[in-house]
Design a protein around this ligand. Structure first.
Ligand code: ADP
Length: 169
């Protein structure tokens, strides 16, 4: 019991983060109120086409949390629960925006519990300010040249404006 109390609470926040948005930032910041460390797990799925290269997505996240030693970013391939074990994370952190998110997460949760009963998934309901933001929506705004302020972090917006060569549109 004593060890459990002293044990660091590490959470894995998995996603494709294509790109990282203000919604993702909010989940990490709120998660830091009760987790000791958060590993942002950049899931690599070779069958999924992304707008931004993994190097660029990873670099952005690293830069965003450069001053926060409790957050680190790692790439991973395969099962989220296996990677949680690898990181020593007893928690998976996810955000919930709406009912479709809930339905999707509920099924994944059941499978994850089957695969790793020792890993608990914790869900944070998004705030009204970020609840409508998704990476998909941000990519659409980028494709059609719309205003990104208020959707993505300034650092990412600046980089996209300066260098959009890697964008797969
Ligand atoms: P995935 O491809 O696994 O859905 P994403 O990169 O789209 O990964 O999102 C990672 C996590 O962040 C998911 O739990 C998702 O629900 C959550 N999330 C994304 N956008 C928001 C937001 N605006 N508010 C709260 N959670 C969010």
């Amino acid at each position: 019991m004593k060890n459990k109390i002293l044990e660091e609470k590490i959470a894995l926040f998995p996603g494709s983060f294509d790109p990282f948005t203000l919604g993702h930032i909010e989940i990490v910041q709120r998660g830091l109120n009760f987790f000791d460390k958060i590993v942002i797990g950049l899931g690599i799925n070779s069958t999924k086409t992304t707008m931004f290269s993994v190097e660029r997505r990873e670099g952005w996240i690293r830069a965003l949390f450069a001053d926060e030693p409790r957050v680190r970013v790692e790439r991973f391939v395969g099962l989220t629960t296996a990677f949680a074990h690898e990181c020593g994370a007893r928690f998976i952190l996810r955000g919930l925006r709406n009912a479709p998110d809930f339905e999707y997460e509920k099924n994944i949760d059941l499978i994850n519990k089957h695969l790793a009963p020792d890993v608990e998934t914790v869900y944070l309901i998004s705030s009204p300010e970020t609840g409508a933001i998704s990476s998909t929506l941000v990519r659409e705004v980028i494709r059609f040249g719309g205003e990104l302020k208020g959707l993505a972090p300034d650092l990412i917006i600046a980089d996209i404006y300066q260098n959009n060569k890697e964008v797969n549109v």
